[in-house]
Write a protein that binds this ligand. Structure first.
Ligand SMILES: Cc1cc2nc3c(=O)[nH]c(=O)nc-3n(C[C@H](O)[C@H](O)[C@H](O)COP(=O)(O)O)c2cc1C
Length: 182
């Protein structure tokens, strides 16, 4: 079973991205061990303390270092990556550089029409930078851009219920498992 650290780019309690992360955690329970990492408690990245960071930072670095892969599940803010997620990424890019070579999948949810396309394009550029250099699941055929979220998530269960989207994600997850093992 692959161990996956999940970084969710929204701190909102009712976040669609969090709902997607929870949906995936339950749906793939027999294949993947998904653990949502705490990025809420991270301080702002500060180069002055990067060699002796607080425990929350060390915990995140350890969690990612020991994972077989990382999922970034995020909304789009102002056509890009939310600051809370970028902050976590900046911590992960320094000192031990725990993301280098790590299999990564990106996914995103938006109530709007574009489904986080611009955000994920930026995110993939960021993840290719020297301190990160992740092993990104090739986006072609593996893109998860969920638009019109209000129509696809169940308000009471807080889970993704749209069947065709779920089938797409099933396929991408199978690709990711093969990719991470190869
Ligand atoms: C600061 C801010 C900027 C936003 N910019 C975008 C955007 O560029 N594109 C988009 O599709 N939605 C944008 N939205 C709307 C978010 O997609 C929407 O609030 C979404 O529900 C946030 O994700 P969450 O449900 O995971 O918290 C923005 C929302 C906020 C608060």
């Amino acid at each position: 079973m692959l161990k996956i650290a999940v970084l969710v780019g929204s701190l909102r309690q009712g976040s669609y991205s969090l709902q997607l992360a929870n949906t995936m955690k339950e749906r793939y329970i027999n294949k993947l061990d998904l653990e949502i990492a705490d990025i809420r408690s991270l301080p702002f990245f500060d180069q002055d303390i990067e060699l002796n960071p607080p425990q929350v930072v060390t915990d995140l670095l350890r969690k990612v270092a020991s994972a077989d892969g990382v999922f970034f599940i995020t909304p789009e803010y102002n056509w890009s990556v939310p600051g809370v997620l970028k902050n976590a990424i900046d911590w992960l890019s320094r000192v031990d550089k725990v993301l280098i070579g790590k299999p990564v999948l990106t996914a995103g949810v938006s109530p709007g029409m574009m489904g986080t396309i611009r955000c994920q394009q930026h995110l993939r550029e960021i993840l290719a930078s020297p301190g990160l250099q992740v092993r990104l699941l090739p986006p072609a055929g593996n893109e998860i851009y969920i638009s019109s979220a209000a129509l696809k998530f169940d308000e009471s269960t807080q889970r993704l219920v749209d069947e065709s989207t779920l089938r797409t994600i099933d396929r991408v997850v199978e690709h990711f498992i093969d990719f991470a093992r190869s």
